[in-house]
Ligand binder design. Structure first.
Ligand SMILES: [Zn+2]
Length: 108
């Protein structure tokens, strides 16, 4: 399997793992930061990322966004959406292209 495909699957694996951290009925207004897992494309990365539930929810409102440690941004195929001292939000250039392809299919 090509490395970039495995890296992409890795990002989605940790994205799903992070989704499970959300507790049903959790308090979105809590300022307490929870530990999520870095969703970067580095295989084997288990770096902790600290976000409040509200910050996490805002990131998840936009499909194709990933939470990574600021040091783990991959500038070649990711675009930085937000950057704080504790985490960065990146969007995959591949996902952007996939969305554009979908739009083109719909227009046909
Ligand atoms: Zn990472």
């Amino acid at each position: 399997m090509p490395r970039d495909v495995r890296a992409r699957q890795n990002m989605y694996f940790f994205r799903e793992a992070n989704e499970r951290i959300q507790q049903p009925g959790g308090d979105w207004r809590s300022a307490q930061r929870l530990v999520f897992v870095c969703e970067c494309s580095n295989l084997g990365c288990r770096a902790p990322v600290y976000l409040t539930l509200e910050e996490f929810r805002l990131v998840r409102e936009t499909p194709g966004q990933f939470i990574v440690v600021p040091d783990h941004i991959h500038p070649i195929d990711e675009r930085v959406v937000a950057l704080t001292s504790s985490h960065a939000v990146v969007t995959s250039v591949d996902v952007d292209e996939a969305l554009m392809t979908e739009v083109r299919i719909v227009e046909r």
